[in-house]
Ligand binder design. Structure first.
Ligand SMILES: [Zn+2]
Ligand SMILES: [Zn+2]
Length: 169
């Protein structure tokens, strides 16, 4: 059956070693990624991550009806997302993902997919008002709550309202 053949290709690609842009050897399967089908006809593939699981999903309709090269490209595309997320904390189709796509043999100009993050990697919490900001990367510079700085400190940065950073996974 077509879907079984595609499932096999998915596992092959997920266990293939790709050399990431930074030179790291990367295998999605050994970084905790699993595979599942999804029903969507609109979205061909998807990666979903949250605090406990990482899933590469491929549309069953796509697997049954598309050209095999296109399906393979979609799988490589999703594995490139897995690489970009695990190694670089990137969740978009930006330059880092494009480099990962090339490293995984996917077409970097095609994206019929989306990335669904149940939980952001970091949460910034204001110690004063409790406001939360979701971040996918750890901020490089200290950041303070803009609500509180604006309201109580004339719009200037102050340690008093510096965000507390929580890593969610
Ligand atoms: Zn994508
Ligand atoms: Zn605040």
């Amino acid at each position: 059956m077509r879907t079984e053949a595609v499932r096999k290709i998915v596992y092959d690609i997920m266990t293939t070693t790709f050399t990431a842009p930074c030179g790291t050897e990367y295998r999605a399967r050994y970084n905790g990624w699993v595979f599942s089908w999804m029903r969507s006809k609109r979205i061909l593939g998807q990666v979903r991550t949250n605090s406990t699981w990482k899933v590469i999903r491929i549309s069953k309709a796509h697997a049954q009806h598309s050209e095999i090269e296109h399906i393979v490209d979609t799988i490589r595309h999703e594995v490139a997302h897995a690489m970009a997320i695990d190694l670089y904390g990137c969740y978009d189709h930006g330059i880092t993902w494009k480099q990962c796509a090339v490293a995984c043999g996917a077409n970097p100009e095609r994206y019929a997919c989306d990335v669904d993050m149940g939980v952001s990697k970091y949460t910034l919490t204001c110690p004063n008002c409790g406001d939360e900001v979701k971040k996918h990367r750890r901020p490089k510079r200290n950041q303070a709550c803009s609500n509180c700085c604006d309201k109580l400190n004339g719009g200037k940065y102050t340690e008093a309202f510096k965000f507390k950073i929580t890593q969610n996974y």
